[in-house]
Each structure stands twice: as structure tokens, then as C-alpha cells.
Design a protein around this ligand. Structure first.
Ligand code: SF4
Length: 222
């Protein structure tokens, strides 16, 4: 529900920052499996830490389901360590790799190129794949049009005061209803929200000069 129509809607705010930030190089990757692994590695850490680990895994040639599923878990943990929670993340990555290896003959495309609901249900059954990770895999690796309501989206939405309630479900529904439902738009919307929250709407927001200042409830109190 829109709370103050004179200030616009949350979707309009997202559209505005989509044209404000350059997100063309968002989530660079060399394979779909790399995106799947990155979606797990990025849980509760910064993307910069993920990049280092992905690079190390790439140079070791282990970024395939068959390589990961046969890798010694201690070796995997050593590689994953810079992203934190390395034991849990190693187990999650290895279980997912086993799954692809066992049920899809190690073919990542075969695992990902399935109808939305079938893939989403499969991911939901896996240990350590919550809604954010599931949606990141569905959108970035499988190419399904899904809006991602992560902690950045919740923070921005809460501060703007343009949507009630501020829940992941409400944010996703609102954006899916008011923005074009293409994978490109979903990616650009997610990337713009993350960029905006890292550069400006961070823990202590830098409201002066913010492109959303005239729409923002929190910014108006500054
Ligand atoms: S005005 Fe401040 S609180 Fe509002 S979106 Fe911009 S940085 Fe965030």
C-alpha cells in the first residue's frame, strides 16, 4: 500500500536510482555455477571477500559441481575461509554440488533450466538456502524474473516510508506489480538498491544530495 502518494511510490524511487547508478558490470562471472557458489558465499559478508574466494577457486580449477563434490572438505574450507562462516558455507556448497552431480549428471544448465516453481522448490529443500539466496540463484543464474527483497531493500524501503508493511513479501509483490517483470529489470533494480545502500543509504545515511531526498520520510527529518 502506498502511504503518501505526493511523494511517489517505492517502485518509482527504485526506478529513479536505476537510472542514477551504472550497474552494467554487476555480478561479473565466467559460469552459471560460479553465480550459484557466489550466492552462498555472499551470505553475511561483503562482495569484495567473495570475489577473492571465487578468484582463488577459479585459479584452482574447482568451480564445477564434479570438482567441488570430490574436493576434500578441509581444502574447501581453507579456500572459503575469507568469507566467514566457512564451515557452514563449505558444507552448503558441497551439498549443492553433490545434488547437481547426482540428479543432473553434473550439468549446471540442466539443473537451472527448469520451470520457476520446480527449481525454487528444489532450492528451498536445501540446507542453508534461504529466500535471499534462492532468489539470487533464480534471477542471476537461472534467469527467472524475481525481485530480490534483501536487507538493503528492507532498509531503503523502511527509511523511504513509501510502503506499508515493510516486509520482504510486500516489497517483492510491490516491485513485481509496478516494474516490468523481466530478468533485466529485476537485476537492475536489485543492483541499484544495493549500490544506493552501499554508497549513500548506509548504516549512517548520507542524505544531503541523495537522489531520493524529496521522496524520503527519513531524509525529511535531517
Ligand atoms: S534521503 Fe537519506 S535515508 Fe532517504 S534514501 Fe537517501 S540516504 Fe537514505
Amino acid at each position: 500500500m502506498s502511504m503518501d502518494e505526493t511523494r511517489g511510490t517505492f517502485a518509482q524511487a527504485v526506478e529513479r536510482i536505476m537510472s542514477h547508478y551504472d550497474t552494467k558490470r554487476w555480478w561479473p562471472h565466467e559460469s552459471r555455477f560460479e553465480i550459484v557458489v557466489g550466492a552462498i558465499l555472499v551470505q553475511r559478508t561483503r562482495w569484495e571477500n567473495v570475489e577473492k574466494v571465487i578468484e582463488a577457486m577459479r585459479s584452482r580449477g574447482v568451480l564445477t559441481p564434479s570438482a567441488i563434490s570430490t574436493l576434500d572438505v578441509l581444502e574447501l574450507e581453507r579456500m572459503v575461509r575469507p568469507t566467514g562462516f566457512f564451515r557452514q558455507k563449505s558444507r552448503r556448497i558441497q551439498r549443492l554440488a553433490h545434488h547437481i552431480h547426482l540428479y543432473h549428471k553434473g550439468d549446471v544448465t540442466c539443473f537451472l533450466k527448469r520451470p520457476y516453481q520446480e527449481l525454487a522448490s528444489d532450492l528451498e529443500r536445501m540446507d542453508g538456502i534461504g529466500p535471499e539466496t534462492r532468489d539470487a540463484i533464480l534471477l542471476y543464474a537461472a534467469g527467472h524474473p524475481v525481485m530480490i527483497a534483501d536487507t538493503y531493500a528492507i532498509r531503503l524501503c523502511d527509511r523511504l516510508g513509501l510502503l506499508d508493511p515493510v516486509t520482504p513479501h510486500a516489497i517483492k509483490n510491490h516491485l513485481m506489480q509496478h516494474l516490468p517483470t523481466t530478468p533485466q529489470t529485476c537485476r537492475r533494480a536489485h543492483a541499484a538498491i544495493v549500490e544506493h545502500c552501499k554508497k549513500r543509504c548506509c548504516a549512517v545515511p548520507r542524505c544531503s544530495g541523495c537522489p531520493l531526498l524529496d521522496m524520503c520520510e527519513h531524509g525529511a527529518t535531517k
